[in-house]
Each structure stands twice: as structure tokens, then as C-alpha cells.
Design a protein around this ligand. Structure first.
Ligand SMILES: O=c1ccn([C@@H]2O[C@H](COP(=O)(O)OP(=O)(O)O[C@H]3OC[C@@H](O)[C@H](O)[C@H]3O)[C@@H](O)[C@H]2O)c(=O)[nH]1
Length: 432
């Protein structure tokens, strides 16, 4: 894989530079250059909009010049978008070349189904699997996912995108199933609680049925929410949890709990080869800026100069993991022999109040680097605490370390900086 140069230095928790993500483990090579991955999601945030006096051609020329400056000659594998404020419209161009993918021997190439593959986590998994040379089919109902997250692969011979809702059966021949489909942000999953439970239960039932027939290995994305408002801290996998079965979060918490129960039912009864990832709070580029979760809310608020909304007194805690660490963990788990549930999360724990201050500081730093003058410092304001909001959360990742030799590498600061740059680009193109 060529290693193009993008002038961003990312240091891991030990101060070592991160140039690649992934690793060879359990006979599966998941390593790709970070710069190649970035070229799929990180647009230069200097995207120009068409000015009142600019023709579209002039705007494109200006945009290309800025683009070349930022990427130092690297082809960014994304369609270009040009925002026209006067008509509130956006023009997309098509890609002239797909990102280069590894050439694998047919015996090494896997046919992988990713449900929810146009979502935040799914699209990053798709990028990785595609760059590694596998054949990927995405099914998504686009309730919270978006075609734009995978549009750079549409038309590629190794890729297929299908609009499909997992509550209906789906037939395909495949070797591995990453079952990620389900809204994950509290406002989204509470929007239609019955549909969320249906998705968790019937979607998982359908995908397990498919795994049984095809003998594909099945991985489900479960969640730290199965621990509810935990009485044990940090949370190991053998903690059974503390969930309110009739509260507003139950559609998701109990939905995922029953999905895990189904998964182990098929495993014991039918010998389906299963993997269960309990994912803790994760953030990164392509997270829907309006999905209502804390990281996207805080960054968007700070970038727009609006007050940052802390719910409750801000003393509740969360531990935030960067998307690339999660994808490393998911791929390692899928290819390992570990059939027990595995926590995937970062153990760097923050109170939400502290986290708001950190996000504000990072947004200010990036704005300063870009020469943006802020009219005033954004304020942190307090709003009512949502019902049943867990008071603390931090993963015990001993099992992931022992079984997968996996530990998060990204510092929260590094991940946040990248996400701020991503959202700046989104704002520049008018989509935030
Ligand atoms: O604007 C906001 C948004 C959220 N918050 C608070 O920040 C904390 C984190 O909230 P989020 O909505 O980001 O996420 P939660 O931890 O509640 O749920 C998440 O848990 C793990 C995943 O499986 C799911 O993606 C999601 O359900 C909560 O205490 C919430 O009340 C704010 O203070 N302000």
C-alpha cells in the first residue's frame, strides 16, 4: 500500500507517531496506512463555497488549489462538493478513480456482510475491509446511516450497497457477518422505541438465521448499555448489569441484551460461530453531527460559537474511544477464537463537565491554528439530566488485552482534533 503524505502528525498514548492502524493477528492482516484512510473521510476544511461573483468553474479552480495545498499532492478519494449559498444547493462530482485496494489471493479474500454499513461505525469498518481487498456487501435502511459515508466505494467491483431493513430476512452467500444495524444514539433509539426493539430482536434473529445457513462467522455489536447504570466500576464482562427494563433507554439496553441472548442461543443450539463486542462510547469522523450524542453536540456547539449543553451537574462519567481503535478491536475479535463477550472501549474516564472543557479547548486550538478569531468564548450551560442516564461508565478491558492483545492507542485529544477538522470541513461545505 503506498504511503502518501498528509501533514498531520498523530501521537499515540506513549508519544509514538501513529502512521498505520490495524495489525496482523490470528492470521488476518488488517493493517492500512492512516493517511490512506484519512483520504477517505478527512476533507481539507478549506473547501470554498461559490462566492456571489464566482462562476462554478472559478470556484472549482480555487477549491482544487486549496485542496492540493492541504493534501500535498495526494488524491483524496472523495467526490468534491461545492456549496452554492445563494441557491442553498450543493454540487457533487464523481470520483475518477477508486482508492487502491490490496490484491488478495481468492483463498484469502473473504465475502463480508456488514449490516448498518452506511452508519458511523459501519462505514469505517467498510473502508478498512475494502482497502484490505475483501468483498463487502452493505445493507442499511438509511434511518441513521447515510449513503455519503460509503459513496466512494459505490461502483467498485468488490462492493455492493443494498437498501434493506434487517427486520426483514436477507439472503446472501458470505463468510463473515458484522451485524451492526441499530440506531445507537439515545435520541435516535428512543425516537421509535418499538422499532428499536424490533431491530435488535428481529434483525439479530434474521442475521443469525443467515449465519446458521451459510456457516458464516457472526459478530454482533452489543453495547456498554447492557450494564445499565452500573453498580460495579469499571465494568468487566461478567458483570450482569443494572438496567431499568421499563425506562426510556430499555428499548436499546434490553434490545441488545436479548440480542446477546439470541446470539448465545444459536451458538449453543445450532453451533453458530459467534462473537460479541460490547462497545463503549465511541466517537470520530462521520458521526452524524445532529445525532444528539455528547461528542458531536459539544464540537458542533463550540464550532458554531453556541453554548455547550451539559446535562445534569456534569459529574457523570464516560470513557471515550476513537473509531480506529474500535475497528481494530472489531476485526481482531472477528478473527480470534474468543466467543465470550468482549468489552471494546478506552479506559480514559472523564466527567462530562471536564469533557466539555477539553472539547472547548481543542476547538479553540484548531480555530487559532486556522487563524479564525472567535467573537467570545463559548459558555458551558447546564440542562436537565435525561431519565436513567448512567452515572459512570468505564470498561474493564482485561479480556480484550488477554484474548485479542488489543488496547486502545489513540488519546482522546488526538481523536478530538481530527474530528474537529472533519466537522469544520462539513461546515465549509454547508452540511452542518
Ligand atoms: O449535549 C449533551 C449530550 C449528552 N450529554 C451527556 O453526556 C453523556 C453521554 O451521552 P451520549 O448520548 O453521548 O451517550 P450515552 O453514554 O448516554 O449512550 C451511549 O452509550 C454507549 C453506546 O452504545 C451508545 O452509542 C449510546 O447509547 C450522558 O451523561 C449525557 O447525559 C450532555 O451532557 N450533553
Amino acid at each position: 500500500m503506498p504511503s502518501p503524505i498528509i501533514p498531520i502528525r498523530t501521537l499515540d498514548k506513549n508519544g509514538e507517531e501513529i502512521t498505520t492502524v490495524g495489525f496482523t493477528r490470528f492470521g488476518f492482516d488488517s493493517e492500512v496506512h492512516l493517511d490512506v484512510l484519512r483520504s477517505l473521510y478527512l476533507r481539507p476544511h478549506y473547501i470554498l463555497t461559490v462566492g456571489a461573483d464566482d462562476s462554478e468553474a472559478e470556484a472549482v479552480t480555487k477549491q482544487e488549489a486549496q485542496h492540493a495545498k492541504f493534501t500535498a499532492g495526494l488524491a483524496a478519494y472523495q467526490s468534491k462538493s461545492i456549496f452554492h449559498p445563494a441557491s442553498q444547493s450543493i454540487s457533487y462530482t464523481t470520483l475518477s478513480r477508486f482508492p487502491p485496494v490490496r490484491l488478495l489471493a481468492p483463498s484469502a479474500r473473504k465475502r463480508v456482510l456488514v449490516t448498518g454499513g452506511a452508519g458511523f461505525v459501519g462505514s469505517h469498518l467498510v473502508d478498512r475491509l475494502m482497502l484490505l481487498g475483501h468483498e463487502v456487501t452493505v445493507i442499511d435502511n438509511f434511518f441513521t446511516g447515510s449513503k455519503t459515508t460509503v459513496s466512494h466505494w459505490v461502483g467498485h467491483p468488490n462492493f455492493e450497497l443494498v437498501r434493506h431493513d434487517v427486520v426483514e430476512p436477507f439472503m446472501i452467500e458470505c463468510d463473515q457477518i458484522y451485524h451492526l444495524a441499530c440506531p445507537a444514539s439515545p435520541p435516535h433509539y428512543q425516537f421509535n422505541a418499538v422499532k428499536t426493539i424490533k431491530t435488535s430482536f428481529m434483525g439479530t434473529l434474521n442475521m443469525l438465521g443467515l449465519a446458521k445457513r451459510t456457516k458464516a462467522r457472526f459478530l454482533i455489536s452489543s453495547t456498554s448499555e447492557v450494564y445499565g447504570d452500573p453498580e460495579v466500576h469499571p465494568q468487566p464482562e461478567d458483570y450482569w448489569g443494572h438496567v431499568n427494563p421499563i425506562g426510556p433507554r430499555a428499548c436499546y439496553d434490553e434490545g441488545k441484551r436479548v440480542a446477546e441472548t439470541l446470539t448465545y442461543g444459536f451458538h449453543r443450539q445450532d453451533g453458530v460461530d459467534v462473537r460479541v463486542a460490547r462497545i463503549f462510547n465511541t466517537y470520530g469522523p462521520r458521526m452524524n453531527p445532529f445525532d444528539g450524542r455528547v461528542v458531536s453536540n459539544f464540537i458542533v456547539q463550540a464550532l458554531k460559537g453556541e453554548d455547550m449543553t451539559v446535562y445534569g451537574d456534569g459529574k457523570q462519567t464516560r470513557s471515550f474511544q476513537y473509531i480506529h481503535d474500535l475497528i481494530d478491536g472489531l476485526i481482531a475479535l472477528m478473527n480470534s477464537d474468543e466467543t465470550r463477550p468482549v468489552n471494546l472501549g478506552n479506559s480514559d474516564e472523564f466527567t462530562i463537565g471536564e469533557f466539555a472543557e477539553l472539547v472547548r479547548e481543542i476547538v479553540e486550538k484548531v480555530q487559532e491554528e486556522d487563524g479564525v478569531k472567535l467573537p467570545r468564548r463559548v459558555q458551558i450551560i447546564y440542562k436537565p439530566m435525561p431519565t436513567d442516564d448512567p452515572q459512570k461508565r468505564r470498561p474493564d478491558t482485561t479480556r480484550a488485552k488477554q484474548s485479542l492483545q488489543w488496547q486502545p492507542r489513540w488519546t482522546v485529544r488526538m481523536g478530538l482534533e481530527e474530528m474537529v477538522r472533519y466537522y469544520k470541513a462539513k461546515m465549509a461545505e454547508g452540511s452542518i
